[in-house]
Design a protein around this ligand. Sequence first.
Ligand SMILES: N=CN[C@@H](CCC(=O)O)C(=O)O
Ligand SMILES: [Zn+2]
Length: 399
Amino acid sequence: MATLLLTNIGQLTTVDAKGSVLEDAAVLIEDGLVAWVGHMAQAPATAHEIDLGGRAVLPGWVDSHSHLIFGGDRAEEFVARMAGQTYAAGGIAVTTSATGQLSDTELAGIVAERRREALAMGTTWMETKTGYGLTLEEETRHSVLGKPLVDSLTFLGAHLVPAGWDAEAYTDLVTGPMLDAVAGNVDFVDVFCERGAFTEDQSRRVLEAAQRKGLATKVHGNQLGPGPGVKLAVEFGSHSVDHVNYLDEEDFKALADSWAGWDASARSGKPGTVATCLPACDLSTRQPLAPGRELLDAGVRIALASNCNPGTSYTSNMNFCVATAVLQMNLSLAEAIEAATYGGALALGVADQVGSIEVGKRADLHVLDAPVAAHLAYRPGMNLTHSVYRAGELVDRLT
Ligand SMILES: N=CN[C@@H](CCC(=O)O)C(=O)O
Ligand SMILES: [Zn+2]
């Protein structure tokens, strides 16, 4: 049995249901899982120990929203936006064309490199999406390439209606042959329900088709203005609705009601729809930051994710997202860390496996070069990741 004791942890943020934070702590790892958590003085004796020198430790980030499968970048579009242009969904077509020019080997290599980059910054579980293919062949190719490279994969054929297509005919393609082709490779089906992308009726068709296939769903909703995305996501029992920048009272109520069957203190019952906030995207598109504080106060479970993509959020740095949530969205540090770990795990339906440091869970740990986790927001922009353990293995940043 492979056993490792991580000891002399100055501050251990467990993200358990009680929000336990231990000082002078240790974590015992056996066969890739957390086997014991407690004060270092009481730790079981083991042959293999690593002294973490009083550093702070928290669970690895669970990044529940990214779009890593792309070629090229859109720096020009970004610069124009910073000069006053508004973001519109149409830019997706630029990336679709750049992505289509890459061979399988090139595209897989780029995605793997992006995944490694995120892992080295503490992201031990990462979701990504298709959605820059937008043809039967390309969406299928991206689902095959993406599957082994990430932890959760989402089909987003309904990202943009490609030029030359009638929207209804394209929705037929997405809900028919495309979904048939990718279904075996993906965990979720998502739809960009927004002005300039898919209407409420078209989004409903996508969600219905996913349900017929027995696939879980997500919705990109209420990003660029008020809209039906949140209510649709709740109606369909989606794991999450992502962006959530423009919410009305009914949206808040629908989201809060979806959590009525969840016992937060026992972390059991029927989970509702997670509201996933994407602060890096909000900054990069100059949208108002998602109302994470108000959502929490209304009883909604939230996640924080990077939304790494070339159009609206070209970063996978979850330390940055957490710092922004604390500094700009009025979340406490504990709330932001929970949203970026356990919240992400809820949004991906994997909260029984990852998202907190508790006995039986996968040993995914993020060691900070700091004595307390508060440094994440107190020293924003600093490279605070000291080391990362994924399933009990030290991640070598060079591999
Ligand atoms: N909003 C839709 N999709 C991406 C952006 C895609 C793009 O502009 O390339 C997002 O989540 O922000
Ligand atoms: Zn997205």
